[in-house]
Design a protein around this ligand. Structure first.
Ligand SMILES: [Zn+2]
Length: 402
């Protein structure tokens, strides 16, 4: 470990308690998707206090803190919305009473993923104090609505705010591993029409529920045919909901549809996935079934509606990527051990960065273990916070040739 990396690790350790206390303040400020205004204000205040060069809030409500003004651009991202706590009886404490106990921080969002936000802010402080950056404009983004529609915030940042970094570090939980990809996903519905008639004489009609059921069974078979990728695993499809419309309880239904959750592995995309479902409907005997990719059009807390299709493309960064190599070296330099390089099971904002832009790779590294995401009694080890902050600062040092 050279001197500068030792200094980074020491600084991060020195700020560990402050990082944990900042995380506690984030947990105590609930921020469900589309309701993030209060927590954004807490982060803005903190970024200003820690000497960020610029702090602003974009049209969708995400916070963008900037450090440095070099010619090249990179970003670190944490989504700062969380899911709801679910059944409170499963929690041993109030999910929003963030607190530190047994060297862990407890509360909704510690892992997913306000811990990443807390570490990012202290990384920025270390970058400034140790003068680690000259080449880059570094954006630290606290983004909104991820739990509802992953990547929407980054579509906005890239397309509307016109910020196009060379690389983005996603700070979702990796249990301190380095991740280089995950499966994509999409939400579709398959719709079929029938002919309604009185339920006492069903032969006069054409029952849409029978038709959609046959299609549903073909979807089950389609799932078995989908291929696997050695790194990302298998693409999957499953029926998640069923809907119908009918003139009455005593009538043959005239419309029915199913909703599908499709997970996309390497090499699969929107076109191929829609085609396969269309094909499955044809095998069921209904080539006229309609396959529709769903839309997301909820209003952000700023009032902005920024609709998008619910297509979240797969991404993978190659093992040869210089960004990945820099990340591994920075990790070893400052944490003194080799990282496991792997992938996420779930989807992240990277779908709108590396997934939609093959020229913007993402690197994943964040505090906490993803198995506690969306679970009761969520917690993050305090040591992960300082190690993540050290890694983020070390990566910037490495990219600056230190
Ligand atoms: Zn998350």
């Amino acid at each position: 470990m050279t001197d500068i990396y030792k200094q980074i690790a020491a600084k991060a350790k020195q700020y560990e308690q402050d990082t944990a206390e900042f995380l506690v303040s984030l947990i105590k400020t609930p921020s469900f998707s589309t309701k993030e205004k209060d927590v954004i204000e807490v982060i803005a205040k903190k970024m200003r206090a820690e000497g960020f060069d610029e702090v602003r809030i974009d049209g969708l409500g995400s916070i963008i803190g900037r450090v440095g003004n070099g010619p090249r651009k990179i970003a670190f991202d944490a989504h700062i919305d969380t899911v709801y706590p679910g059944d409170l009886k499963l929690w041993n404490f109030d999910p929003f009473d963030g607190h530190i106990k047994d060297d862990k921080i407890w509360g909704r969002g510690t892992v997913d993923q306000k811990g990443g936000m807390a570490s990012m802010v202290y990384a920025a402080k270390i970058i400034k104090e140790l003068n680690l950056n000259k080449d880059f404009t570094i954006y630290f983004t606290g983004t909104v609505m991820e739990e509802d529609c992953d990547g929407l915030c980054w579509q906005y940042i890239i397309n509307e705010e016109k910020i196009k970094p060379e690389m983005v570090v996603i700070t979702e939980p990796t249990n301190m591993n380095i991740y280089r990809g995950h499966r994509g996903r999409m939400e579709m519905i398959v719709e079929i029409s029938g002919l309604s008639c009185h339920g006492s004489a069903p032969e006069r009609g054409d029952n849409a529920i029978y038709k959609i059921s046959r299609i549903a069974l073909e979807i089950e078979k389609l799932n078995e045919r989908l291929k696997a990728d050695p790194f990302l695993g298998k693409g999957t499809v499953t029926v998640t909901q069923i809907f119908f419309s009918s003139p009455s309880q005593c009538a043959v239904p005239d419309k029915a549809s199913i909703q599908l959750d499709r997970r996309l592995t390497f090499g699969e995309n929107r076109e191929s996935a829609v085609r396969e479902v269309q094909e499955a409907a044809k095998i069921a005997g209904y080539p006229d079934a309609k396959v529709i990719v769903l839309r997301y059009e909820e209003k952000a807390y700023t009032g902005k509606v920024y609709p998008t299709d619910k297509y979240f493309p797969t991404w993978v960064v190659s093992t040869d990527s210089p960004w990945l190599k820099a990340a591994v070296t920075a990790y070893e330099n400052t944490l003194g051990r080799k990282p496991v390089v792997d992938k996420w099971t779930f989807s992240t904002n990277a779908i709108a960065i590396a997934g939609m832009h093959s020229d913007i790779p993402c690197i994943g590294m964040g505090p906490g273990n993803e198995i506690y995401a969306h679970a009761p009694n969520e917690f993050c080890p305090i040591a992960h916070l300082s190690e993540a902050a050290a890694f983020y600062a070390a990566l910037v040092a490495k990219l600056n040739g230190l």
